[in-house]
Design a protein around this ligand. Structure first.
Ligand SMILES: Nc1nc2c(ncn2[C@@H]2O[C@H](COP(=O)(O)OP(=O)(O)OP(=O)(O)O)[C@@H](O)[C@H]2O)c(=O)[nH]1
Ligand SMILES: [Mg+2]
Length: 342
């Protein structure tokens, strides 16, 4: 069956064979949590941004004098990586000040200070996973940002930690959308609560929340339809979805995660603002970091939206979702060497 928006590569057999039982071998668990593998994945995901924008750093690092050309080159690099003009100007000002105060004269010294400043910039207060049981997670975002794929990946994460998961197909606008989530549900062996095409997504969420309580589910993940930030009635619909969830399950939704497509860079932030105005967004998921040359947008998310990055998506398989790691992010952007320890 051909399903809109679903890449067939996700059906590769090696990602279909997860055993979610607690008896998974230690070896398998070690593979999942291996820090070197994880570090490499971050580097691969950021390769486009690194090569397109930060790749120019190599010539700047070698600079033996901090000339106007050096500073202009650095500014251009940061703008091209899509950090956002305000952040770039503040960084350049700070770096010039540090260079003056510490008497720095070499490009590599400045790049090291840049690394520290970038890390400081990402020093956001992260949101720990809420303790609630059942935990209700709602995914929101514009069309095609990666919500449905991410719903499956979050389900996979919770299944791996031994939780009972349910999915709600609250995207009732397209039959293909429900079908897409059902295929993920089949692969994950997770129940998917859905409604008729065109039916009220609030009703789907109501039924899913009731089923969550009835079947003693630990985590309910609600996939919503993509919507433009300018569509006021659809933004109101999101508010209703959240209200309905809260009526059935106390405190729900405990997480509202805004899925941003990293390839849209700074443009995505304006759209994102409308979502944070409409609903109580608790975290951002930066999807498609692997396809983006504008990964620097990650630095602007916290300062513009005031919301931490919860997860990062680096591909289309179930494993391609990682919790945000500021150090891996900055190192993945700045470290030039293509070799990573085994
Ligand atoms: N390379 C890459 N592709 C991704 C990632 N996340 C999602 N995609 C792809 O992006 C496309 C859209 O993903 P969906 O999950 O269907 O997006 P959506 O937000 O649910 O889309 P709508 O429901 O139409 O609004 C699919 O082809 C996904 O495989 C990612 O992290 N990296
Ligand atoms: Mg979808």
């Amino acid at each position: 069956m051909l399903v809109e928006g679903l890449n067939t590569s996700i059906f590769l057999p090696h990602v279909c064979t997860w055993d979610y039982s607690r008896s998974r071998s230690l070896r398998e668990k070690a593979r999942w949590y291996n820090p070197f593998v994880e570090k490499n994945r971050w580097r691969q995901a950021l390769a486009r941004t690194r090569r397109t924008a930060f790749g120019r750093l190599a010539s700047l690092v070698g600079a033996t004098e901090l000339t106007t050309t050096f500073w202009e080159g650095l500014e251009e690099t940061l703008i091209q990586a899509d950090l956002g003009i305000k952040i770039v100007q503040a960084l350049i000002e700070d770096l010039k000040e540090i260079a003056r105060a510490e008497g720095l004269t070499q490009g590599d010294q400045i790049v090291e200070r840049l690394r520290t400043l970038l890390l400081h910039h990402l020093d956001m207060v992260s949101n720990p996973e809420p303790e609630a049981r059942p935990l209700v997670i709602v995914l929101v975002g514009v069309n095609g940002s990666g919500k449905t794929t991410t719903a499956a990946r979050i389900a996979h994460r919770w299944l791996c930690s031994g939780k009972k998961v349910m999915l709600a197909a609250a995207d009732t606008y397209r039959a293909a959308a429900t079908e897409q989530l059902k295929i993920w549900g089949d692969r994950l062996d997770v129940e998917v609560v859905s409604g008729q095409p065109g039916s009220d997504p609030g009703a789907v969420v109501y039924n899913a929340a009731q089923a969550t309580l009835a079947r003693d589910v630990d985590v309910l993940i609600v996939d919503t339809s993509g919507r433009m930030h300018t569509e006021h009635n659809l933004m109101a619909e999101l508010q209703k979805i959240c209200r309905v969830a809260g009526k059935v399950i106390s405190g729900a939704p405990h997480q509202v995660l805004l899925v941003l497509d990293a390839t849209t860079g700074q443009n995505g932030l304006t759209q994102a603002q409308a979502f944070t105005d409409a609903v109580d967004v608790t975290g951002v998921i930066v999807a498609k970091l692997d396809s983006s040359a504008r990964g620097g947008v990650g630095f602007a998310i916290n300062s513009v939206l005031g919301i931490p990055i919860q997860y990062v998506g680096f591909g289309e398989t179930l494993e391609d979702l990682s919790t945000f790691d500021a150090e891996a992010f900055v190192n993945g952007l700045l470290t030039q060497s293509e070799t990573v320890p085994p």
